[in-house]
Design a binder for this molecule. Structure first.
Ligand SMILES: C[S@@+](CC[C@H](N)C(=O)[O-])C[C@H]1O[C@@H](n2cnc3c(N)ncnc32)[C@H](O)[C@@H]1O
Length: 236
């Protein structure tokens, strides 16, 4: 694989992998990320995990073509079940929804022993990861947002530590905001961030209009109004 062809999104994920670490990339598809990391001589070895046969075969072929059969082990299985305890330092999970990533981590929680960093790239619902991992003693140490091919992606980096550190001393409302928008992304407020949340604001305003056309005032309506208010506070 030509390294230049790797997406900016996966390059961003790769940039947070510490030198000389061992990595498990779960939901690896073509194993582009582990192959790139090996090509860059950034990691000692990797595991590419895939649950589906097609992407698993693509990963096997890509690893063979790249000449990494001795250092990248391609394994078929669901989530973290492909890992032995204490096999890797870093886990990457990219290109899935936040809920699926969260479930993969929770279902395989015992496999996280010995892992010091999680690099997660949820396509949607990043807040579910911030919320749950804070409770489990994973500290959000970095987060990025970027636009590629008209899509906006978030990359979240967690190390073992005090999960509540990024949110300490915040009021309940400020904490809810930080979990939803990302404490570091909110401070940076770059173009991609403003674009994403302007789009989310439009979506919610459309939903609210359709609710207002119906008679019932529901809990959902209150929630949507509250979210609209939060978004306006953050992007205006
Ligand atoms: C959209 S692709 C993303 C591939 C790559 N990680 C990326 O970011 O470009 C998601 C991949 O995750 C795999 N996948 C979904 N659920 C999984 C699970 N529970 N365990 C392992 N792989 C899974 C799918 O088969 C698919 O290949």
């Amino acid at each position: 694989m030509n390294d230049k062809l790797l997406s900016e999104r996966l390059k961003m994920v790769a940039s947070f992998v510490p030198e000389a670490s061992s990595v498990a990339d779960i939901g690896s598809d073509h194993a582009y990320l582990p192959c790139y990391l090996m090509n860059q001589r950034r990691i000692s070895h990797a595991i590419a995990g895939e649950v589906n046969e097609g992407p698993f075969q693509s990963a096997v072929n890509q690893v063979k073509r790249s000449g990494f059969t001795g250092t990248i082990s391609v394994r078929k299985g669901n989530g973290l079940e492909v890992l032995e305890p204490r096999e890797v330092d870093v886990i990457t999970i990219a290109g899935m929804g936040g809920q699926l990533i969260r479930n993969i981590l929770l279902e395989g929680i015992e496999k996280l022993e010995g892992v010091s960093r999680l690099i997660l790239q949820p396509n949607v619902a990043a807040h579910l990861l911030r919320e749950r991992l804070a409770d489990l003693g994973w500290e959000l140490v970095d987060e990025r947002i970027l636009e590629e091919d008209k899509k906006i992606y978030e990359v979240l980096v967690f190390d073992r530590g005090d999960g509540n550190k990024p949110y300490q001393d915040l009021s309940e409302r400020e904490r809810a905001k930080a979990l939803l928008f990302g404490p570091m992304l909110t401070l940076e407020r770059n173009q991609a961030f403003v674009k994403k949340w302007s789009h989310e604001l439009d979506k919610r305003e459309r939903i609210l209009r359709s609710m207002e056309n119906s008679d019932a005032t529901s809990e959902k309506e209150v929630q949507v109004k509250d979210e609209i208010q939060l978004i306006k506070e953050v992007i205006s």
